[in-house]
Design a protein around this ligand. Structure first.
Ligand SMILES: [Fe+2]
Length: 415
C-alpha cells in the first residue's frame, strides 16, 4: 500500500566559485553577493512549514571538485536536511561532471611514465568527495559498489521507496567536449541484475542521475549538446521495471514532464531540478534558482501509475524565496498521474458540466473532483488544452480561481 511520501530536491549547488552567494563559497567572498543564502532558505522553509521524508541532491555538488568544497557542501546539505526534518541517512546524492577531479586526471599527461600510474590517477579522480564523511557514509550505505567505482550505481532500498543512483559522469575528464552523460552497457547489465533480484512492487521507485536522459532545449541555446549518450538501453530498463520518477540536474533550467518510452504505456515523471544555488548568469533572464518538493500520494487504482504533485519555489535577490511562475520552467504546483487522452477527459468533464447546468449556472473544478478524485492529477498542459477546447467549442466560459477553475454557463446559453 503506497502512502504519501515527500521528497525534497536540490541540485547543482556548485559550492565554490560558481555558487551565487558568499556563504556557499569556502574560498573567497570577493566575487559573490554577500548574502546569507542558506539562512534565508532555512527561514523560508520554516515559515512555510515545509518538511520532507527524504532529500535528493542530483549532482554538481562542487565547482572544482576540491575537498574544501565538499567539506563545505557536507555542512550545507546537512543544515538543509535538518531544516527539512530529514535524517542524514535519508539523504541521497549522485555526483555530477563538476565533481570529477580534473587536476589529478591532467597529471597523467605531465608524468614521465603515464601508463604506469594512469589507473591510479583515474581511481583518484573521486578522492576529494569520497573521503568526506557524509558522502563516504551515504555512498557506502549502497548495496552495490557505489557511485565511485564500476558500475557506478548506488542502490538504497528502503521500506517505502527504492532509490537508485547512477553516476552519469563516470567517464568525464578535461578533454571531454561538452561533458555529456554516458551510459556503459556493462553498467546496464549490473543494473538489470540488481533489479531482477528485488521485490519492488508498490514501492516508489526513484532513479537519480546528474545528466538528462531526454533532450532538453533551453530558451537561449539552439542545440542540446550534453544529453546522456547511449541512453536507450537505460530507458528500456527504467520502463521495464516501472520506475516512477527520474530526478536529474545538469541543466540549470527546470522542467517536469511525464515520459512514456512506448514499451508498455508506462509513464515516468522526469524532473529536471535546475540549480538550487549556482550563479545563473544569463540564465537569470528566464529562470531562477529552484527548490522542489515531490509528494507522492498513491497509485492509480487500475494501472498503478504513481500520483502526486511537484511543488516548486524560486529565489531572486530582490524577492528571496517565492512561489515560482510558469515562465521559469515549472509550475508552482504540477500534478501528475492522470494520463487519459484529452478526448476522454473532455467527454467526462463536459458531461459533468452539462449535467450541473441543468440546476446551476456554474460548477467548480473542485466539485468535479468529488465525482472522480483522479482528476486532481491532471497535468497543467492537458488542463490548459481542456479549458481552451471547452471555450472554443462554446460549451461554457472557463475562469481560473485561487483553488482551480470555475465553469460558467454562457449568458446566451438559454437564448
Ligand atoms: Fe551544474
Amino acid at each position: 500500500m503506497t502512502t504519501s511520501t515527500k521528497i525534497a530536491i536540490i541540485s547543482d549547488i556548485h559550492i565554490g566559485a560558481h555558487a551565487r552567494c558568499a556563504d556557499l563559497n569556502p574560498h573567497s567572498t570577493e566575487s559573490h553577493v554577500a548574502n546569507n543564502f542558506i539562512d534565508k532558505f532555512l527561514e523560508f522553509i520554516k515559515g512555510e512549514a515545509i518538511t520532507a521524508d527524504y532529500l535528493v541532491v542530483s549532482g554538481d555538488i562542487s565547482t572544482k571538485c576540491m575537498r574544501q568544497e565538499f567539506l563545505h557542501a557536507e555542512k550545507v546539505i546537512l543544515e538543509i536536511a535538518d531544516g527539512l526534518c530529514v535524517k542524514q541517512d535519508r539523504v541521497f546524492f549522485v555526483p555530477g561532471n563538476h565533481d570529477v577531479d580534473w587536476d589529478v586526471l591532467n597529471l597523467r599527461r605531465q608524468e614521465k611514465s603515464p601508463e604506469d600510474i594512469s589507473d591510479l590517477r583515474i581511481k583518484q579522480r573521486y578522492d576529494p568527495i569520497k573521503f568526506v564523511d557524509f558522502f563516504r557514509s551515504r555512498n557506502s550505505a549502497s548495496e552495490l559498489n557505489g557511485l565511485f567505482e564500476d558500475p557506478y550505481i548506488a542502490s538504497w532500498d528502503l521500506d517505502d521507496v527504492c532509490f537508485i543512483g547512477y553516476n552519469s559522469a563516470w567517464h568525464d575528464e578535461p578533454e571531454q567536449v561538452n561533458h555529456p552523460g554516458l551510459v556503459d552497457p556493462q553498467h546496464l547489465n549490473a543494473l538489470t541484475d540488481l533489479l531482477k533480484g528485488k521485490s519492488l512492487d508498490e514501492k516508489v521507485k526513484i532513479f537519480i542521475t546528474h545528466h538528462h536522459l531526454i533532450p532538453q532545449d533551453e530558451p537561449d541555446f539552439k542545440t542540446d549538446f550534453s544529453v546522456m549518450q547511449n541512453v536507450e538501453g537505460l530507458l528500456d530498463i527504467l520502463d521495464k521495471y516501472r520506475f516512477d520518477v527520474v530526478i536529474h540536474g545538469h541543466k540549470h533550467y527546470p522542467r517536469m514532464k511525464p515520459y512514456d518510452h512506448g514499451r508498455s504505456n508506462h509513464r515516468m515523471v522526469v524532473i529536471a531540478a535546475g540549480s538550487f544555488s549556482a550563479a545563473l548568469g544569463t540564465h537569470l533572464d528566464y529562470t531562477a534558482n529552484m527548490f522542489h518538493l515531490l509528494t507522492t500520494e498513491g497509485r492509480h487504482a487500475v494501472d498503478r501509475t504513481i500520483q502526486g504533485k511537484l511543488n516548486s519555489w524560486a529565489y531572486s535577490e530582490a524577492r528571496g524565496w517565492y512561489t515560482n511562475k510558469e515562465e521559469i520552467g515549472v509550475n508552482p504546483c504540477e500534478p501528475f498521474g492522470y494520463y487519459n487522452s484529452l478526448p476522454i477527459l473532455y467527454k467526462e468533464v463536459v458531461d459533468r458540466i452539462n449535467n450541473a447546468f441543468t440546476t446551476s449556472d456554474n460548477i467548480k473544478w473542485s466539485k468535479l473532483l468529488e465525482y472522480n478524485s483522479d482528476l486532481q492529477y491532471v497535468g497543467s498542459r492537458i488542463m490548459k488544452a481542456l479549458c481552451e477546447k471547452i471555450e472554443e467549442d462554446g460549451i461554457c466560459e472557463v475562469h481560473s480561481t485561487n483553488d482551480g477553475f470555475i465553469f460558467l454557463k454562457r449568458e446566451d446559453a438559454n437564448v
